[in-house]
Structures are given as C-alpha cells and as structure tokens.
Design a binder for this molecule. Sequence first.
Ligand code: PMP
Ligand code: GLN
Length: 385
Amino acid sequence: MITPAAPSTKLPQTGTTIFAVMSKMAAEHGALNLSQGFPDFPVSEELIGLVEKYMREGRNQYAPLEGTQALREAISAKMQKLYGGRTYDPETEITVTSGATQAIFTAITALVKEEDEVIVFTPAYDCYVPPILLSGGKPVFVELKAPHFRPDWDEVKKRVNRKTKLIIINSPHNPSGTVWTADDMRALEKLVVSTGAYVLSDEVYEHIVFDGAEHQSAARFEALSAHSMIVASFGKTFHATGWKMGYICAPKALMKEFRKVHQYIVYCVNHPMQAALADFLGNEANYTGISSMYQERRDFFIKALEGSKFKLIPSQGTYFQLLNYSEISRKKEVKFAEELTKVHGVASIPVSVFYPQPREQFVLRFCFAKGEETLTAAAEKLKAL
Ligand code: PMP
Ligand code: GLN
C-alpha cells in the first residue's frame, strides 16, 4: 500500500485566516469577541418571515445561474437610486453570489492570468491575495500609510504599468475604517482610463458611512464604472453574515467572463433567500438607516473608552475601530492581541496580519457591531490597562 505524500502546497505563505484564529481563541478563553466582524443583534423578523414563506411556497430547488430575475432587478433599481451614474442591466450585468468572498474569488479567477500584476492596497482584507496567487498572478502592494490610511496617488501611478490587469480597492476600508473621497475615485478613474486596467471595487460596507459622508461607489463615475466590477454583501447590510449572500455588478463583457467561472464554482446560490431579499430590498427604509445605527454604536464605544490609554484612530465607516496601544505596550501586534484575549478577556484583530510582511504599528482592530452591554464590558477591561 502506498501512503500518499503530503501535497506540495499551492499557497506556501498562507495559514488559517486570522478571523477563524481569533474567534476560536475568544471562545476558548471566554473573551468578549470584538475580533471577527459580525453583529451580535438579530436579523429582521420580516426578512426571516419572508425566507420561511418562500421555503414553504416551494422555492427550494436551484435558482437561475445568475440569480433570480426579481433580485437582480431589485439590485439594479437600488444601484440606480443610490448612486445614479451607470445603469446595470439585470439580464447581463448583475450576478447574485454566495457572499462577497465568492464574488471576489470568482472575479479574480476569471480575469487574472499568469504574470498579470494586481495592485493591492495594504493593509488588505485577507481574501484578495490567495486567488491572485492561485491564478499565477503577482500582487503588487501599495501602502495606505498610518495613521490616516489614505491612498497616495503618485505612489499608485509608479506601480501601475502595462502588466497591471487589475486594481483592487475597498472603501469603506477594512481594517482602517477610511472612506475614499470623490477625488480619490477621480484619480483612480484617470489612471484606469489611461492604462486600461480593470478595477475590483469591494464595497461591502457601502451602507456604513459616518458623519454625513457619502459612499463613493465606482458606479457613480461613468468612465471608472466601465472598468469596474463592484462587489456587495447582504451579510453586512442586513446583519446576516452567516447567510453568505452577496452580488456583483459589472459591464456586460466583464460579467460574461465572471459567469463562465461562477457557474462552476457554485452554479447558483440559495434560492429562498434570494426571493426574500428581492422583496426586502424593495423598501429602502430597510437599508437607509444603517449608517446612523452604526455611528451611534461607534460613538458609544468611543465614549465608553474615555480615559483609556488606547489612542483612537478615527473610523469614517465600516463597523471597525482601530486603537493604538503604544502607551500600554511595545509588544508585537499578534502577541499583544493574544495576551489581550487570554489574560484580559477582549479579542481583537492585529492589523499587522493585513500586510505581506507583518508591519508593527501597535494597532488593533475592534468590531463595535455589538450591544451596549458588550461594548461597555469590553471598554471597562480596556480602560484597566
Ligand atoms: N470584503 C471585506 C472588506 C470584508 O470585510 C468582508 C467581510 N465579511 C468580505 C469582503 C466578505 O464578505 P462576505 O461575508 O459577504 O463573503
Ligand atoms: N469580514 C470579517 C472581518 O473583517 C470576517 C469575515 C470572515 O471571517 N471571513 O472581520
């Protein structure tokens, strides 16, 4: 009998995602889990009722490959209402996906070939680089510099060349909470129009933008939208991260390539949830109040932290708050996050892991999508340090 050898890895630098590591550590040590980003409050009863209704009505077999007609139409209408700009044809330019993660993996796999370069801004959410590597592409990193984590367009221009196939952007930005301005998007537009690069715009936090700022979707900018694939997540928008539902919008020619891959990754996604989401999206009140709800939570958490030695780095969007701990400890971020979880009972995410080589800036990310009791208890523990 031949014992199979361990396979040679296709992802030598990749370990287990930090979100799984920290959530597990939090559970094992009974820590308050402000690490992995997920809300601890319930999904709308109405939305749950709609899923149940459609299950009972028999929507339990495969949905169309690209998603139900009703949901694609509702997404197209929402994009038009919120962002104006480009109109997305539900037939050919919108596909419903199993969360943003699958949309991102599929888009990168569909577009990136051997030797293609892909611009990735760091700190970068961790699902961008692996599919680039699996496709034989080369990530080219451009740093968003602390403490403000804003893009430096001169720096970006230097890294873009004729090999650049794709530029991945993410605003509101995870983990920093920075929101890109219309000027940022115009600078990007100028760049892609002159080079022909495509853009993958990860807009999963589109409905979580604070202090009166507006989300600058790539869809708002005519020339930019012609180059862009825009990814969104119902998990973020409707506090249902466990449902793994999302979508992607892109011009027809890009979507044609996307669907070629999508059909063999999942074929289609959860049918009764699509039927329910189509109805739920019809009422804009279901998503317009999300920013203010999260802004209250951000402000509550900040207030609860008053008097602590952690220094705040302003959060303009997302449900994350960065805290600098340099006045408390000079330990490396992973070590300090581990200690905070195991000894002090609060789990967070070390920002250093979002860089190709750990970048030690004494910064941790805390998720404030939690009830007041949890935020108060976490702030008390943090203030004791
Ligand atoms: N992009 C970013 C920036 C995220 O924070 C997340 C987190 N969930 C995703 C993509 C993935 O979204 P989903 O859960 O819908 O797959
Ligand atoms: N997006 C979530 C975060 O940033 C995690 C999602 C996941 O665990 N894959 O915390």
